[in-house]
Design a protein around this ligand. Structure first.
Ligand code: FAD
Length: 825
């Protein structure tokens, strides 16, 4: 068994110890700088509200397990969860709509929830002002975590199971040998370890700094206050009635004013996110004192009363009973925020054995702990962690300036109504392709991802709307789905299908894998046989040992020992790099995304364009589908890859960044006579969905296997070499999938959905939408959805969108060019 050191005995560290020891790991030491009975981190004062439902399936599932576990941790007849239910109220029409969407997420992820009117809100919560509340969302399984108690009980039971706890012991350093950790230093001595898991909460930045790992979290102070006893609650001996739990009303959210509430016996607790962001540097808080109590702990800062004034006013409006009370005790409590709001879990990309589980709420604590323990003990977590991985951040997102600005923004927006496509306002223009100035001149509308500016459509194409054939005219959209959208997208889709368009593909990850060990590495990790001829491109999957999909990639063999991997995320780079290090035989993995650029030239006339600017042979014979070669385009050296995400003839043309702008100009000029236009992500997404191409992360992830996800074509059955996941596939191929990723078309031909909506069959929520777009060629909206396998082609389902059921039919896929004639000629 591995020697594990866990740093921090908050709700996360103690839960990880518990999940590991229950899986048979025995050599576990938890090192805590504060006193163990009250360590003084965020857990020590967390009010413990657990609202489970979020737009993220992963986060909701992590919360659901946490609730189950807290209910099961019991002593003296009392468990650690007070299941009072959760109520979110709307005081604006926009919020009322938002709650409908949220109700949809609950249905999608299988959480029982009910939209209720204002009278029902009042029945559930009599203190609300009837004149303000328009309606609410009630989730009976939400409630209050007794986090500090759970931590103590976990310490007690894991100690009995052999876990060693060292209180009042700060970790002052981490030792390493090369790229591997060897242990931690403390004032009491060195503790050797194979695996170090930093569960230091908002001190995570300082722990990361000990080994040069940037931890993308920002500690922020957040206001919490308790009122004096509320006369309306007087005399309730809740402790007796509620078996030691001091609340019986549902936990309450008033997100229109950035507020939440819980009862503390006769008092109210009020949490507020409406104040200015108040960043904290954990290292400046000093050592945790020997004596910590409710009012004296490093994570509890002085209350800034003036910041709370709006909260107090609004609270008295919503809950008139509070008008007879005052603030009894307030503080600014510290906890972690991150650039995208997600937690930070996983192994550091460049340091083996250094793991983190930070920026985790009480709400997700046990779920995260189980996931980490599963990954450590079995190699995969049953809940997908793609959006939680430490390695998901790009290099530029790990700078302190980026972390601080975006995390503070996340605090500001925590309860805002956010559109799924809504981009960050700042920082922007962090990463731009060499085509950027040309795109700006063409009126590109940019959305941001991973720091990249990516054009979604070009205003310069708006003139095309006038000449669009009737059957290509865009249909009108509702107010929500028309945000971050333009009808110009229809024109760009039309031109791609009928002439030719150029797409900026620069931001797609490109990794170069080279050296004598390159072939072996990729053969060991990929489902495709990449020992093919130089110039071949293979579509492949990277799997975990259980056959779950880690990534969906294209691998081009550019030379004997030189491959290019077209991948999805920064996590892919971390994975390939780690496996390359493990492999001994020399192989280098290099991210070439930013040093190169790429234009997708696609459409039936793409060959005419490219042949007019190159003397290389681009005929079908000389340059067949799924091959790559070096070429010269008007003097510029390029690598051309004959593949297409949009389902049309064409090439991805890559060159190094310094030639980029010239390449753009050459193609744009040559294309004029062939009807070439620049086109953006809007058209790209629509065309890819018509062709049935999946997007990793949104359509499928580690929870899915290739057969149910419909990507088994990326598995080369004849490949004799062993690769990660092969044994699991041999088992899975014999099993009948219980669920399938299905293609749906919307029956009315116009109603849009955006993703994550629940899908109903025979009146029951049975699945959820992954991605959706309007299929301009087929003249219907398309939605991909996970559904039970008994829902088959031709059957009609209902997609719930803002409380409305939209009829859709399960369709055979792909919807466009099933024989791939357009690609192969
Ligand atoms: P912590 O509890 O902070 O534990 C980290 C531990 O690491 C600490 O005990 C610390 O002493 C120790 N440590 C740090 N550095 C070292 C070192 N060098 N050596 C040894 N030990 C070290 N979440 C919810 O889900 N619901 C809520 O309603 C909610 N409300 C909140 C209200 C407030 C006011 C605040 C501040 C937070 C709230 N949270 C809530 C967030 C939640 O409290 C935290 O996210 C959670 O407690 C973090 O748990 P943790 O174990 O990661 O961190």
């Amino acid at each position: 068994t591995q020697r594990v050191v866990i740093i921090g005995a908050g709700i996360v560290g103690t839960n990880i110890a518990d999940e590991l020891v229950s899986r048979g790991w025995t050599d576990i030491t938890v090192v805590e700088q504060g006193p163990l009975q009250m360590p003084g981190g965020s857990t020590s004062h967390a009010p413990g509200l657990v609202f489970q439902t979020t737009p993220s399936k992963t986060m909701t599932n992590l919360a659901r397990y946490t609730v189950q576990k807290l209910l099961s941790i019991e002593k003296d007849g009392q468990n650690c969860f007070n299941q009072v239910g959760g109520l979110e109220v709307a005081t604006t029409p926009a919020r009322l709509e938002e709650l409908k969407r949220k109700h949809g997420y609950a249905s999608s992820w299988g959480i029982e929830a009910r939209l209720i009117n204002s009278e029902e809100c009042l029945q559930l919560y009599p203190h609300l002002d009837q004149n303000i509340v328009l309606g609410g969302l009630h989730i009976p399984s939400d409630g209050l975590a007794l986090a500090a108690r759970a931590t103590q009980l976990l310490i007690e039971r894991t100690r009995k199971a052999g876990v060693c706890y060292l209180g009042e012991t700060p970790v002052t350093g981490i030792e390493r040998a090369g790229r591997r950790v060897t242990g931690v230093t403390t004032p009491k001595g060195f503790i050797p370890a194979d695996i170090i898991i930093s569960c230091a909460g908002f001190w995570g930045v300082e722990i990361g700094a000990m080994v040069g790992v940037s931890i993308p979290l920002l500690p922020l102070a957040h206001q919490y206050a308790k009122t004096t006893a509320v006369p309306a609650l007087a005399g309730r001996d809740l402790n007796k009635r509620m078996n030691g739990m001091n609340a019986e009303l549902p936990i309450l959210r008033h997100q229109d004013q950035d507020l939440y509430y819980r009862e503390h016996g006769e008092q109210y607790g009020i949490g507020y996110y409406g104040h200015r962001p108040m960043p904290v540097v954990a290292g400046s808080l000093g050592l945790t004192p020997k004596h910590v109590d409710e009012k004296n702990m490093p994570s509890r800062l002085e209350f800034t009363k003036e910041d709370f004034e709006p909260a107090w006013k609004e609270s008295q409006k919503l809950l008139p009973a509070l008008r007879d009370t005052q603030i009894d005790d307030g503080f600014n409590g510290v906890f972690s925020f991150t650039p995208d709001g997600g937690p930070i879990i996983g192994q550091a990309p460049n340091l083996d054995g250094f793991w983190v589980a930070e920026a985790v709420w009480v709400t997700h604590s046990a779920g995260v702990a189980r996931a980490v323990a599963e990954v450590l003990t079995t190699g995969r977590s049953q809940i997908d962690l793609t959006d939680c991985e430490l390695s998901r951040f790009e290099e530029v997102q790990l700078s302190r300036a980026y972390i601080n600005e975006t995390s503070a923004q996340n605090f500001v927006e925590i309860y805002d109504i956010l559109h799924p496509s809504q981009p960050k306002e700042s920082p922007r223009n962090l990463r731009t392709s060499p085509f950027y100035s040309r795109q700006k001149n063409l009126g590109a509308y940019f959305l941001e991802l991973g720091g990249w500016e990516r054009p979604f459509w070009y205003e310069s194409n708006s003139y095309l709307l006038k000449c669009l054939p009737a059957e290509w005219q865009p249909v009108e959209r509702d107010a929500w789905s028309s945000q971050f959208y333009s009808p110009i997208v229809a024109a760009e889709a039309w031109k791609t299908r009928n002439a030719v368009a150029m797409y900026d593909m620069t931001s797609f990850h490109r990794f170069e894998v080279s050296g004598p060990g390159a072939l072996h590495l990729l053969q060991r990790l990929a489902t495709a046989d990449v020992a093919s001829k130089i110039g071949a491109i293979n579509h492949a999957l990277l799997l975990n040992d259980h056959g779950g999909i880690l990534s969906d990639v294209f691998i081009a063999r550019l030379d004997e020992n030189l491959f290019q991997v077209g991948a999805n995320t920064a996590t892919d780079l971390a994975y390939l790099s780690r496996e390359a290090r493990r492999q001994g035989q020399w192989v280098q993995v290099r991210d070439i995304t930013g040093s190169t650029c790429c234009i997708g030239l696609w459409g039936p006339r793409s060959r005419d364009v490219i042949s007019s600017i190159s003397t290389d042979d681009f005929t079908n014979m000389a340059f067949p589908y799924f091959t790559a070669k070096n070429a010269i385009i008007n003097g510029i050296p390029v690598t051309a890859l004959r593949k297409s995400y949009v389902g049309e003839l064409g090439w991805e043309i890559q060159t190094s960044a310094e030639y980029g702008q010239r390449l753009w100009d050459i193609i744009a000029n040559a294309g004029k006579t062939h009807g070439l236009i620049p086109a953006g992500r809007g058209a790209f997404n629509a065309l890819r969905l018509e062709k049935g191409y999946r997007t990793y992360g949104a359509d499928m992830n580690t929870e899915h296997n290739p057969y149910e996800a419909g990507v088994a074509s990326a598995i080369r059955a004849s490949k004799w070499e062993d690769y990660v996941g092969k044994a699991a596939l041999e088992r899975l191929v014999k099993e009948k999938p219980t669920r399938r990723l299905r293609c749906l078309t919307i029956d009315d031909g116009r109603s849009m959905v955006l993703g994550k909506e629940p899908v109903f069959f025979n009146g029951k929520a049975v699945g959820y939408v992954t991605t959706a777009a309007f299929g301009y060629t087929i003249r219907k909206p398309i939605a991909y959805a996970w559904l039970p396998s008994n829902v088959s082609e031709g059957q009609v389902v209902g997609i719930e969108y803002f409380g409305r059921r939209i009829k859709a039919t399960v369709a055979a896929e792909p919807l466009y060019d099933p024989d791939s004639r357009r690609l192969l000629d």
